[in-house]
Design a protein around this ligand. Structure first.
Ligand SMILES: Nc1ncnc2c1ncn2[C@@H]1O[C@H](COP(=O)(O)OP(=O)(O)O)[C@@H](O)[C@H]1O
Ligand SMILES: O=P(O)(O)OC[C@H]1O[C@](O)(COP(=O)(O)O)[C@@H](O)[C@@H]1O
Ligand SMILES: [Mg+2]
Length: 321
């Protein structure tokens, strides 16, 4: 009997999850596994939402955003009693290995599960936040950045038409990656992130000088982790004297058909995940670092903090001062 392997998505959905699931299921079958899919992430693992990964199920999904397997943030998975229930669901089907497509939280969950029951897993990084240590790229980031880029380009049209300032809040939890890259790519005047100290006095001086020289609108991108959206909007109106509006982009950033980059990265991570399990790795996260694909033990990933590219930080320093 072929070895059972289950694939599921967990945590915040990210574009690229569907192509990752499809490729992992197909490649696992080619490597002699019997692939299973689990609906609803960790919640489905507990509630026994397993289905065999047949061709029909994984057809026509790779261009879709989000995750067709659905996802969850399960409170019960923190409790041993429910993790044991999940383990019994695997055991009764002869499932011996797991592929989880998710973020840092999901990897922590699986690391705990491995400590409890010794079920090997391979993690495929997928989160728009790009906040996983040890990998330069997580699935969903390119699609999210393109959604942000499109939104900010549209906001620029109305900002310019009305001679207004717009503060645009982007997601990322505690990480400023999305804010920094979109501020650079969209030509924002201001960028506030948790990683860089900012100085409103010098930003104010710079903007006033530019307005005097003819600037008629301002775009400011703030990372949600700074919690500065409201304050900055009021500050621009009061201190700079330009009418300002706040746009919180919200969950639109998580949607949309995966870009070519997210589809290709999904395939590469999926193959790497199955190969890692085949090679006997027990609890590792797939990585892409300095142009190389590899994997790292989950413990290393969980014990380290994601460090932003120093060149990116340097480029953004001008937007925070
Ligand atoms: N230490 C842990 N023990 C057990 N389950 C955990 C642990 N940390 C996270 N989880 C589970 O993983 C889920 C996904 O994590 P979350 O941070 O929401 O998303 P992401 O994986 O995208 O970072 C959590 O909702 C929770 O169910
Ligand atoms: O959709 P929710 O549960 O409100 O969570 C919002 C959070 O999820 C994210 O979109 C993605 O984060 P994760 O990938 O860690 O789940 C964050 O940027 C945001 O802070
Ligand atoms: Mg996360």
């Amino acid at each position: 009997m072929s070895k059972g392997l289950a694939i599921f998505t967990s945590g915040g959905d990210a574009a690229g999850m569907n192509p990752a699931v499809k490729c992992a299921a197909e490649y696992a079958a080619r490597r002699g596994y019997k692939p299973w899919l689990v609906y609803d992430g960790l919640r489905g693992l507990i509630d026994d939402k397993f289905v065999e990964a047949d061709r029909e199920l994984i057809s026509g999904i790779l261009h879709r955003g989000g995750t067709f397997l659905r996802s969850s943030r399960s409170k019960r998975f923190f409790e041993l009693e429910f993790r044991e229930q999940a383990f019994l669901n695997l055991k009764k089907r002869g499932i011996e290995k797991l592929v989880v497509v998710g973020g840092d939280g999901s990897f922590r969950a699986l690391n705990q599960f491995y400590a409890d029951f010794g079920v090997p897993f391979a993690g495929i990084p997928a989160t728009i936040d790009n906040d996983i240590a040890g990998t330069d790229y997580c699935l969903g980031v390119d699609t999210a950045l393109n959604m942000i880029r499109q939104s900010v380009d549209s906001i620029r049209d109305t900002a310019n038409s009305f001679s207004r300032a717009f503060v645009i809040e982007v997601m990322g939890r505690h990480c400023g990656y999305l804010a920094m890259v979109s501020a650079l790519a969209c030509g924002a005047e201001v960028c506030l992130t948790p990683e860089l100290p900012y100085n409103l006095d010098s930003i104010g001086g710079r903007l006033k000088a530019e307005i005097k020289g003819g600037r008629n609108y301002v775009l400011a991108i703030v990372a949600e982790g700074t919690k500065m959206g409201d304050y900055l909007t009021r500050w621009i109106t009061d201190s700079i004297g330009m009418e300002a509006r706040l746009t919180v982009l919200g969950h639109v950033q998580r949607g949309g058909s995966p870009t070519v980059r997210d589809r290709l990265m999904a395939y590469k991570f999926a193959v790497a995940a199955i190969d890692a399990l085949e090679a006997g790795e027990t609890n590792s996260v797939m990585t892409y670092q300095d142009g190389e694909y590899g994997s790292l033990p989950i413990q290393t990933v969980c014990d380290s903090k994601y460090e932003l590219d120093p060149l990116l930080l340097k480029l953004c320093t001008n937007l925070s001062n």
